[in-house]
Design a protein around this ligand. Structure first.
Ligand code: ZN
Length: 61
């Protein structure tokens, strides 16, 4: 569990982050992966965009 994340784990953590706050350990693992991985950075942008759009829809704004 002290190793770097692979992309699959990074994606899983990003989806977990939409459901709950990540622990510090999870956040630092994810950030370290994102700093090295352009694919996952691009994915994160999409996830955040979709999540923002979804929460705006839920709150009725
Ligand atoms: Zn990746």
């Amino acid at each position: 569990m002290d190793d770097d994340l692979n992309c699959r784990e990074a994606v899983r953590l990003m989806s977990v982050a939409l459901e709950r706050i990540l622990t510090e350990a999870e956040t630092s693992l994810l950030q370290r992966h994102l700093s090295d991985c352009l694919d996952c950075r691009n994915f994160e942008v999409q996830v955040k965009f979709i999540h923002r759009a979804a929460s705006r829809f839920r709150s009725g704004e």
